[in-house]
Ligand binder design. Sequence first.
Ligand SMILES: C[S@@+](CC[C@H](N)C(=O)[O-])C[C@H]1O[C@@H](n2cnc3c(N)ncnc32)[C@H](O)[C@@H]1O
Length: 275
Amino acid sequence: MELHQVLHMKGGDDISSYAKNSSFALEKHGLGGRDRPLPGTCFISAVPGSFYGRLFPDNSINFFHSSQSLHWLSQVPAKLMTDSGLSLNKGNVHIGETSPLTVRDAYWEQFKSDFTTFLRMRAIEMAPQGRMFFTLCTDTPGSVGFLYLDQTLNDMVKEGIIEEKALDGFNIPMYEPTMEEMRWIIEEEGSFEVNQIEIFPWDKDDHGINNMDEDLLRETYVRITRAVFGSIIGSHFGEGIMDDLFRRLANNISECVDIANRIQDSLAVSLVKKN
Ligand SMILES: C[S@@+](CC[C@H](N)C(=O)[O-])C[C@H]1O[C@@H](n2cnc3c(N)ncnc32)[C@H](O)[C@@H]1O
């Protein structure tokens, strides 16, 4: 747990650098304010590669943990465009209220394939009876999701700031499975026994949400959205629109009521590798 706290990413100060962003680096370089000693003896190393490929030697891992990352897909689902290049997900950057079922299916197919690959790779790398624990975002009815980002980008298309075809070609490569979908893939893949799966909401104490008024919470939401999605939005639409886009997003989200209760939940999943 202590190690988790030391390595945990800080909320959006510098998304581009995990190492710079960790309190470990802050403490090591004397930049941080937190008075916490490093945990006992541990060896920290970075492994290059994607968790959808091989990362570690065969049979070498007793415990594997991933935090809030596995909802990222390996690619944008292929079937979001027709063969002639028309968008099936017009006006949405993800599975939105107006997305047809084919879009939801395309995202689900991509997640199924990616997550099955993830489990297969870890199954080779983990020792028998090895344990895995991970958290990731889950489908949360009533959450804010991408509603206000969709609205903002569509406004910018109407005003001619963004080209319609640029928005048509932009879909966020992320999928938030339900608990049932998660269980189904794990059982179907077959290498792991489910020990426990739970849905958990944002820890409002941990993130200071309990002490924030609604305005500050909306501002925080915009900052987090920029930290998480800024780089893919900027590389697709161009860095030049970024300040304008996030100013507009802040304006649009000011209409959102009860935001504290509209934040996405997560799944916590505990698995044991079969013999
Ligand atoms: C929201 S951050 C979570 C960071 C940290 N684990 C935490 O809990 O604070 C999501 C991370 O997933 C990483 N990520 C996304 N797709 C990945 C992949 N295919 N392989 C490895 N890392 C990936 C991103 O680079 C990013 O650092």
